[in-house]
Design a protein around this ligand. Structure first.
Ligand SMILES: [Zn+2]
Length: 443
């Protein structure tokens, strides 16, 4: 007897992103209890399919959900507040003061919900975030049915949710205890802001705690030339060497940005198994630098794609990020063969899953994995004709071409309608938060 399934996706073109990068034409994907139960060619007549819901993916591409490996969701509330500035001025004169004044639990919760809506609408099914009041980010993800790696953040000055840095360990431990085992969707982790805002004691203390707790450890690294100069001044070496000297680089460490690395530092990351989150648009906008990603990938480093926060991007759309990632390295190297479309789609799916240590669960469409899938409508003028689906996804499609999003076997967007988020209410809440910010800034 045939298994009764929850969902069958039928038709279209499936890019599995599995090890063999299989493409299945006219597939039939069976989903039950959040898991992909079968992937085969759709030869069986439709009237013999049995599922509570059958999704017709004719003329569409089916892809594993995109993985955003680095962002600061609530910063959507500061989107467009301060643009066209260098990183340090942007941070010190605008972002840090605005955060000190306006960040509270409701801002983090509604900002996160808005950001999650934007991400689902553009095909992202998993994100990794670092911000203040991170439990409110996790709560928003849980309610929206979004897969998330929320990171408790650490920085060496008093913040609204951590006024006393001597309590870092307790705060970190409490965060992991609070979220471990709550839901398969929520995987807690730690984020040290950077080697220039965290002392060696903070960096090593939190790393030690992350090893004890078995959670991922992230930090911004070598984002700007100024940072490299600061670290050199303070510690007589470069950021990656500094982290290596402190013993915090291992396979559970994610270095975000890595725009300014020399060849030996790339080898250090590779040797230690550290992973890299690539956020090209944010680094372009802040003129922070261009990470030597092709060299890192040649060295065997796992690289995932990220958008960074919406105050420095200014959107959370991984489709535009893929387009940028594919093009910027071609221009930099003056070699159009680097970062081909398939490599970039890999980075945005299974690469991101690998970076987060979740590749046994997500990142490809394979039997036994969690059902995190997106369906992209290719029956559009700007996507006609289609010779190569990878090419279209990177160079021609937009986030708004995603029609259906499934996370952990649950449909969270159908025909571009969000099913788990009251988007009108969330937008209204965020507009109110912005109104306060705007009124305060007027003379
Ligand atoms: Zn960041």
């Amino acid at each position: 007897m045939r298994e009764k399934l929850d969902i069958i996706i039928s038709g279209g073109t499936l890019l599995t992103m599995s090890k063999n990068a299989d493409i299945v034409m006219n597939p039939r994907i069976g989903i039950r209890n959040g898991i992909i139960r079968s992937v085969d060619t759709g030869d069986i007549p439709r009237d013999q399919m049995s599922a509570a819901e059958i999704i017709d993916a004719t003329d569409s591409v089916i892809l594993p959900g995109l993985v955003n490996t680095h962002t600061h969701l609530p910063m959507v509330c500061f989107r467009g507040l301060a643009d066209d500035l260098p990183l340090m001025e942007w941070l010190n004169s605008y972002i840090f003061p605005a955060e000190a004044r306006y960040v509270d639990r409701p801002m983090v919760y509604y900002g996160s919900m808005l950001a999650i809506a934007e991400m689902i609408l553009s095909g992202t099914t998993t994100f990794c975030d670092g911000y203040f009041y991170e439990s409110s980010v996790a709560q928003a993800a849980l309610e929206a049915g979004m897969r998330a790696v929320p990171c408790q953040g650490f920085i060496d000055f008093p913040t609204m949710d951590n006024p006393d840095q001597t309590k870092n360990r307790q705060i970190g431990r409490a965060f992991v205890e609070k979220w471990n085992g709550v839901s398969p969707l929520i995987i807690p982790a730690f984020f040290c802001h950077s080697p220039y805002t965290c002392s060696p004691a903070t960096l090593t203390g939190i790393k030690e705690l992350s090893r004890e707790s078995g959670v991922l450890y992230l930090t911004h690294v070598a984002e700007t030339r100024e940072e490299v100069a600061t670290i050199r001044n303070q510690y007589g070496t470069t950021p990656v060497r500094h982290l290596q000297n402190l013993g915090v680089l291992d396979e559970h460490t994610v270095a975000v940005h890595c725009n300014w690395l020399d060849d030996e530092e790339i080898a250090i990351l590779a040797r230690n198994g550290a992973k890299v989150s690539h956020n090209p648009e944010s680094s372009m906008k802040l003129a922070a630098g261009i990470a030597p990603i092709p060299k890192m990938m040649n060295a065997g480093i796992t690289v995932g794609l990220g958008t960074d926060g919406a105050a420095s991007n200014n959107d959370l759309d991984l489709f535009t990020e893929m387009d940028t990632a594919a093009k910027i390295h071609k221009l930099r190297s003056m070699d159009p063969t680097v970062m081909d479309a398939r490599t970039v789609v890999t980075m945005a799916t299974i690469g991101g899953a690998r970076l987060l240590g979740l590749d046994d669960r997500i990142g490809s469409v394979e039997v036994g994995k969690a059902a995190d899938l997106i369906i992209i409508d290719m029956n559009k003028p700007h996507l006609t004709p289609m010779y190569n689906p990878y090419s279209h996804l990177v160079y021609a499609a937009a986030g708004s071409d995603v029609t259906t999003v499934i996370i952990n076997g649950k449909i969270v967007m159908r025909d571009r309608k969000l099913l788990t988020i009251d988007i009108a209410e969330v937008m209204e809440r965020v507009r109110k938060i912005a109104e306060n910010i705007r009124n305060d800034r007027s003379p």
